[in-house]
Design a protein around this ligand. Sequence first.
Ligand code: HAM
Length: 425
Amino acid sequence: MYKAPRGTTDILPQEQPYWELVRQKIVAICQLYGYSRIDTPIFEDARLFARSIGEETDIVEKEMYVFQDRGGDRMTLRPEGTAPVCRAYVEHGMHNLPQPVKLYYIGPAFRYERPQAGRRRQHYQFGYEAIGDADPALDAEVIDMAWQLYTSLGLSHLQLLLNSIGCRECRPKYLAKLKEYYRDLAGQLCADCQQRLVRNPLRLLDCKRPSCQRAARHAPRSADHLCAACLEHFQQLQRYLGLLGLPYKLDHRLVRGLDYYTRTVFEIQPRGVSGAQSTLGGGGRYDDLIAELGGKPTPAVGLATGMERIVLNLKKQKLPVPQPPPATIWVAHVGDAAKAEAIGLTAQLRRAGVAALMGMGGRSLKAQLRQANALGVSQAIIIGEEEVARGELTLRDMVAGQQQRVPRSEILSVLKGRHLGTDDI
Ligand code: HAM
C-alpha cells in the first residue's frame, strides 16, 4: 500500500471548505491593501536559498530538498517564498515600477522537518512582500494586514511579538557583545549552539533547549544596541502600531530562523501556546536582500503564514466555515430509453446553470433516490418508461416527498419558477 510521504497531507474534500474560506479572505485582504498575485516556480536554483536564507541556518543546512536535475543543475524545492519573489523582482526589472511593489503568493513550500501537527514537510504558505520602501509605516501596514486577516477569519487570543535586530552598521557590534557574553557560558550550550557561537551567534537566542534558554536569559538585547537610524525606525514603527491599535509585546529573543532580516522582525502567535510550530505567521524587513541577489539596493518588508496553521486554529477555536451547496437536481432514470433522455436532460440543465447529477451504473430507482438524499440534493427528476412515452418528467421534492408531472419542454421554466439554478434559465 502506498501512503502519502511522511510529513505530507492529502487535503480531502471535507477539509476544503476551511481552505476555501482562508483563500477567499486572503484574496479580499490583498485587494484591500493593494497586493497583486505572483506565482513563482516550485523549484529554483539551489544557490538562491543558500545565498538569501543563509548557509548557517537550519533550513539550508538540514531541511532543504535539493536535487540534481538531468542537466546536472542543482535545484531546490522552495522552502519559502521571499527569495523567489525577490529573484523575480530583480529578474523582471520591477524597480522601474512605482514603489513599493506589493506582491503576494499562495503555494506549497518544502522543508525536511520532524513532522508534527502544524509542522509539515510540505506546507502551504501565504506570503506577501512590499518591496521598495524603508518607511516604518510599511512595516506597520504589513503587520496590520496579517492581523486583519486572522481577525476577519474570527481568530482571537493572538499576540504580536516584535523586535529589531539592527542593520549591517550596528549588528556586528551587537554580535561582538553577544559573543563576549557567551564566552563563559559555552559549556552550558548544546552541540548545535556551540557551532552557532562561532558561525551564527544571533541564533543562540532562539534555541529551544532548556539549558540554552537559561544561558540566554541575561544576554544583551539587540534593541539596546541599535544605531541611531535603526532606533528611530523601531520607535516610529511602535508609534504606528499604536496608531493602528495593534497591541504588541517586545521580545528580545525573537531573531527568526532566516538570515536575511534587518531591523524589524515579528511573529504572530496564539496566546498561551509556545513552541516553534505554534507561530501563525512571521516576517520582517530585509533591506539588503535585493542587492544580495544582484539588484539595486532596495529596502523591503514582508510576512508569511502557514495555511495549515490557520486551519488548525480555526478548528481549535471551533469557528464555523461555510459549506459548499449540494447539487440542486438529481436526474434518476429507469430503462435504456430513460437513460438516453437523462443524459440529454442533465447536460441541458448544466448548460442552463443548474447543478445537476445523474444516476450511474444501472442502479434501481430506490437506490438512486437514496444516493440523492445522502448527497443532500433537494429535487429529483424521475424518468421512467411512462415519462419517456408521454414526453413528461416527474419532479420530486426530496424534502417534502411530493411529486408532480411536468411536460419535458417546460422543465426549465418550472425550475425557474421554483428559483432553482441561475437566473439565465
Ligand atoms: P517562516 O517563519 O520560516 O518565514 O515561515 C512562515 C510561516 O510559515 C510560519 O510562521 C508558519 O506559519 C509556516 N511554516 C513554516 N514552516 C512550516 C512547516 N514546516 N509546516 C507548516 N507551516 C510552516 C518565512 O518563510 C519567511 N519567508 C517569511 C517572510 C516573508 N519574511 C519576509 N517576508
